[in-house]
Design a protein around this ligand. Sequence first.
Ligand SMILES: [Ca+2]
Ligand SMILES: [Ca+2]
Length: 241
Amino acid sequence: MRTFVTLFALAWAPAALAFQTITIDGTNDFTAEAELPAGGGGVWFVEHDADKVYFGIFAKGLGSGSSTEFVWVYIDTNPGGATGSTLGVVYNTQEPVLPFEADFHFRWKADNSYTNMLDYNDGSWTSDNLGADNFGIAAFQDGDYLEFSIPLASLGNPTTIRWVGAMINEQGGAESTYFQTPDVNPGGYDSDFTSFHTRTVAASSTPVPALPVWGLLAMAGMLGAAGAGAAGRRDEDDSAR
Ligand SMILES: [Ca+2]
Ligand SMILES: [Ca+2]
């Protein structure tokens, strides 16, 4: 038993380094585990640490410099709660139906002139935090890659978030929604979303790095199925609902 305890301690030690902080500098430092497929062959990324949730997207043409294209996400910070909107923001004539009651809407304009987050309150999407920091968000684009961060405190320190992401073109005659994630949602003109990602972001749910196989075996031996389950790293759930 002493040997098992020692193995367990050695295996579990890396958990202290569990959070992955993404540096918002335009260089992709997400791990492969953070990847999520997007429509049209794009790739999204999501990660979080104790302070922020991080998103990234790599998509052909993202770096076009277009003044009519945006990267956006919608976030539901209280799944099952009564606040938020199931209708997104209107861009020209596109207004997505969302698969949850969204509370926040992040958008970045592809000409890099505009990074902004709206919150939904008093029955509308509002830009009521455009002061010095606009919720403390940050974004950096390099070529066809964009990464951005949102402080968890700005989202009200949620336990779990639901989210969807996409790019859109608001140019009349060329309006479309694409590089959408989850990718089971349809692309095209004025897409509506029925599927979303779920992520547990509370500090108490610190993601745990993958453990060596022998560590997993030791844990399984010590703790049974519950121990093995606790070693699962991802909170991500690509469920279509
Ligand atoms: Ca980076
Ligand atoms: Ca909500």
